[in-house]
Structures are given as C-alpha cells and as structure tokens.
Design a protein around this ligand. Structure first.
Ligand code: GLN
Length: 485
C-alpha cells in the first residue's frame, strides 16, 4: 500500500480492502519512524488525522465518497488549515494556529475527503531552492541524506519520495514545485496562474505564487489537481473557467505533437549528465510520435534578474503584515512601539527573508522604482511575449527542470546568487503565468533528473497527457530510493 498509486488506493478503499483509518495509520507510523532523519514534516497530529480518516470511512460507508475520499496527503505548511499550526517555515509563525482553512485545504479535505497527514517543512516563506532557509532546519533528500531535496517545497518532495505520504501539495513562485520534484524523482505541476486559489496560501509574491500537486506520477497529479482547482471569489486573481477533468485525456496518443526546444535551454550552464538524460527523454518522445522544432526564448536570460526584482518587491509588501501586533511572533522586550516592530521583525525573520525585504523595499523606493521595478515589469512582458511567439510553432516546450541534480547541504547556502541560479529554467514560466511540470527522466550518479514540460495557458490537461504517455513508456518515475524501509 505504501507504494500504491492514488487510483489503486481509491480502488482499495472502495472495495473495503483497507479502511482510511488503517491506511492513514500506515503512513503515520512511517512518518514517526523516518521523519526524525528526513525532517520532512514540521507538524504531525495523529489524532486529528485519524479523526479525518474516520470521517472519510463514514463517507465511504454511506456511499457519498468522492474518488479520493480517505486517501492521505501531506500539506505544504504554507496553506492555512483550521486548528493546525501553520508556520510557513518561519519563527515568525512558529506558534501560529490558523483560525481558518485555505481554499485548497477546504476543497481537498472538506469537499474531496482527503486526509491530512500533517504540514510539511519548507524554505522560510517559500524563499529558497534547498529547504535550508527553514526555521525548522533543513530537509534531507531521501536519495542521499547528505543532499538537499530542493525547495521551497522540499518537505513535500521528501515526504512523497520516501513514501511518508502518497502525494502532497506544493507552491511554485519561481520553481518550488518543479525543482524539488526534479531533485526527488517526483512528478510536479505548477498550474496556469489563477487556476488554483491563493486564498489562505501565505503570500510570497502574489503575482507569481501558484499551488499545485506533487506526486509519483502524472496520473496522480491529475487526480489531485482535480480536487484543488476552481473559481474562488475570495481570490481576486482566481479565474472563472469551466471545470475540467484533468484525468480525462491522459491516454491520448502523442502522434503529431510538436515539441519546442528553446535553444536557450540547451546551451551552457547545464550539467552534462542532466542534459544527456533530457535529450534521451526527448528521443523517447520522438518514438512516441512527436516531432521536435527549434524555438527561441530570446529574453530568458533576463528572467532571473527580473524575478529577483519583482518577487522581493511583492514580498516586502506582503510580509509587512508580520509586525507583532495581530498574530505571530512578538519580541519579548521592547521600549516602545517602533522598538517592538523592529525587534519583532529582526528576531522573527531569517537572513534570506530579510535580504528579500531589503531588496524589495529598495527597488520600490522613490527614485529607484522606475529604474528597477518598472524595468523588471517591462522585461516580464517581453518574456511572456517570447512564449506567445514560441507557441505559434509548437504545442509544448521541453528542457531541463534544474541545471544540476541534488546538491550537497551547505554547498550553495553561502552564495545567494548560486542558489538563485537553481531556478534558471523554471522562473520564466512563473513570470509568464504559464503551466509547467517536472517529470522524472533518468539518473546521474544515482540522483534523479527532471524533464521540464511547459504548456500554453490552461494546457495543464495536455501537459499531464504528455507526461502520462511518457510514463507509460518508461519506468523512471517508479524508482524508489534504496535504504528506506
Ligand atoms: N527559489 C526561488 C526563490 O527563492 C523560487 C521559490 C518558490 O518558487 N517559492 O524565490
């Protein structure tokens, strides 16, 4: 059961081969045993989880269950969940118990009947690519415990890779679903901006943040995505579109599919082994009937610099709410109100968050706004237009997800720019608001490699289909880390 797909779990629950309480217990026991090594979860509450499982069993018994009712999942600790500690990886929220549910939480648990196994570790306020900025300590990669799982959804990635959970949620502002998925041999999907509600999802950079599924396969991602999406009046950027069944077209043949290969993704800067695995995956797609066309994203080299103006600008504004007044951490001793604000924020935020607040405040300040923020927004438009142009001659774009496999803990922690370059292939997708995926496509030195698929707006169904067909023809996504029992 630990290795079963969501479909298999759904069938086993429906056939009463196992109850949700039994299934959830299996995973909770495994978390208890393996989490001390991996540090993938920051909050586990067996009693709460089993209560949800018992309610799911009652739904199954009464015939009112949905396809995923009773299946346990892990929630990134960026989603507010009523009665659960919700930390966002920060000391600032280390003792914050949310009084309400994020829309994603409400949909997955209340509506779809999934069981929460707990909240997963993450980079502080989702700022990072290695999970090392978490106040709760780094997460270890199940493939090699000396290495990072990627970030910021590193806890979710490690949890699913080590089968502490059948699937998990992540969020992706610049690559935080796709890069950890790549580094942990998972399938992860960042939907089109506006498809998944951001209500109750603690904001980092609001114009880029998007929640999505992380799981073993495209099929699992499709089933999970079905429970996450939908128009939400409480999120002003939520899109009112007809509901889709993302699992419907998974089996569609790929004959005639046009794969765009941007020359900027196949130049220097990528590890040779990673590149070889990505090229082999593309060759596999050609066998499945796809054809390749050369495309160009001429402004993609500007995506990291533009992102590190826009994302910190939005973060500096979003994080101003953490002031010690209404909720979260407050410094113990202070002389007056200003002193309280200063000490609270100095003590409550970690170094990376402070760096972003400083950069963001600077680029938004009078006199620099035009030079930095406005320029970055113009570049963002150019980057989005590059994709519009590229999609005139192809259906999906492919390339590496991350320029390297999982790096060692501490290897990039001292050099923010090196860390920022981990997302060199993923960030443009967020700036353009497009859907993107990472799919396991091989190993280098025993470490997983991810193939990135980028689709046109609202093409998540197509991306899942393209990923699923590949997973039917290959078995990379079925490999599990050795040494975990
Ligand atoms: N690694 C990028 C950053 O640090 C992206 C993070 C994310 O997608 N949340 O901002």
């Amino acid at each position: 059961m630990i290795d079963a797909s969501l479909k298999q779990l759904s069938q086993a629950l429906a056939a009463r081969q196992i109850s949700s309480v039994e299934l959830s217990t299996l995973f909770l026991d495994r978390i208890e045993r393996l989490n001390p090594t991996l540090n993938a979860f920051v909050t586990v509450d067996r009693e709460k989880s089993l209560k949800m499982a018992a309610a799911a069993d009652a739904r199954i018994a009464s015939g009112t269950a949905g396809p995923l009712t009773g299946i346990p999942v892990a929630q990134k600790d960026i989603f507010c969940a009523e009665g659960w500690r919700t930390t966002c990886g920060s000391k600032m929220l280390a003792n914050f118990v949310s009084p309400y549910d994020a829309t994603v939480i409400e949909k997955m648990h209340r509506d779809a009947g999934l069981v929460s196994l707990g909240k997963t570790n993450m980079d502080e306020f989702a700022m990072g690519s290695s999970n090392e900025t978490s106040f709760f300590g780094p997460v270890r990669n199940p493939w090699d415990s000396e290495r990072v799982p990627g970030g910021s959804s590193g806890g979710s990635a490690a949890a699913v890779a080590a089968r502490l959970a059948p699937a998990a949620t992540g969020t992706d502002t610049g690559g935080s679903i796709r890069q950890p998925a790549a580094l942990c041999n998972l399938t992860g999907l960042k939907p089109t901006y506006g498809v998944v509600s951001r209500y109750g999802m603690i904001a980092f950079a609001s114009s880029l943040d998007q929640g999505g599924p992380m799981a073993a396969s495209a099929e699992d991602c499709a089933l999970l995505l079905n429970t996450m999406v939908g128009f939400d009046t409480r999120d002003s950027t939520s899109l009112d579109r007809p509901v889709e069944d993302y699992a419907r077209d998974l089996d569609k043949p790929l004959a005639g599919l046009r794969i765009g290969l941007p020359k900027e993704f196949f130049g220097e800067g990528c590890d040779a082994g990673v590149m070889a695995a990505v090229r082999a995956a593309i060759a596999e797609y050609e066998k499945l009937g796809a054809t390749c066309v050369d495309v160009s994203l001429p402004n993609s080299h500007l995506s990291v610099p533009a992102y590190y103006v826009i994302a910190p600008a939005e973060a500096s504004s979003n994080l101003s709410r953490f002031d010690g007044v209404r909720y979260g951490y407050r410094a113990a001793d202070y002389a007056n109100l200003d002193d309280m604000y200063m000490k609270t924020r100095a003590q409550g935020f970690g170094a990376e968050v402070k760096r972003r607040i400083l950069i963001g405040t600077y680029v938004l300040s009078h006199g620099y706004y035009d030079a930095y923020y406005l320029q970055a927004q113009r570049i963002r438009r150019l980057i989005a237009n590059d994709f519009v142009e590229a999609f005139k001659s192809c259906d999906v774009i492919m390339g590496p997800t991350s320029p390297s496999t999982a790096f060692k803990l501490g290897e990039k922690a001292a050099d923010p720019v090196q860390m920022y370059l981990s997302d060199i292939y993923t960030i443009a997708v967020n700036l353009a608001g497009l859907p993107g995926m990472s799919v396991p496509c091989g190993f280098v030195g025993g470490l997983p490699v991810g193939l990135q698929l980028i689709g046109n707006y609202f093409a998540e169904g197509q991306l899942l289909n393209v990923a699923h067909r590949y997973q039917q023809a290959t078995d990379w996504h079925t490999r599990r880390p050795a040494g975990l029992v």
